[in-house]
Design a protein. Structure first.
Length: 104
């Protein structure tokens, strides 16, 4: 016998039994989805005034002061300047990778 499972009777699925007709189904997508969702509510514009300008200047001054403090460690070199070539001189000879040589 060529059954479809372990002896369980076949279940037929009918969309009409759920109450969904062909006209109720969503249409097929024709194009790609938009990159960003539509914004129904626009963001509130930033407040402009003397108080906000003072707070912005204070924030920038504090950021600059924190960067000039001695505990702020700056990188010694750029990542582009780092040599990624492996040097095996500082590793013990037992741990170094060695090429297997064929004996003739």
């Amino acid at each position: 016998m060529a059954g479809k499972g372990r002896g369980v009777g076949a279940f037929t699925f009918n969309i009409d039994a759920l109450g969904i007709g062909r006209g109720n189904m969503p249409e097929a997508r024709v194009g790609p989805s938009p990159l960003f969702p539509n914004t129904d509510f626009k963001p509130v514009p930033l407040k402009a005034g003397e108080d906000e300008d003072y707070m912005l200047a204070l924030k920038q001054e504090m950021r600059g002061t924190m960067q000039r403090l001695p505990h702020n460690i700056k990188p010694q070199s750029n990542k582009a300047d780092v040599n990624l070539a492996k040097s095996w001189t500082h590793i013990q000879s037992v741990n170094c990778m060695q090429m297997e040589r064929r004996k003739l």
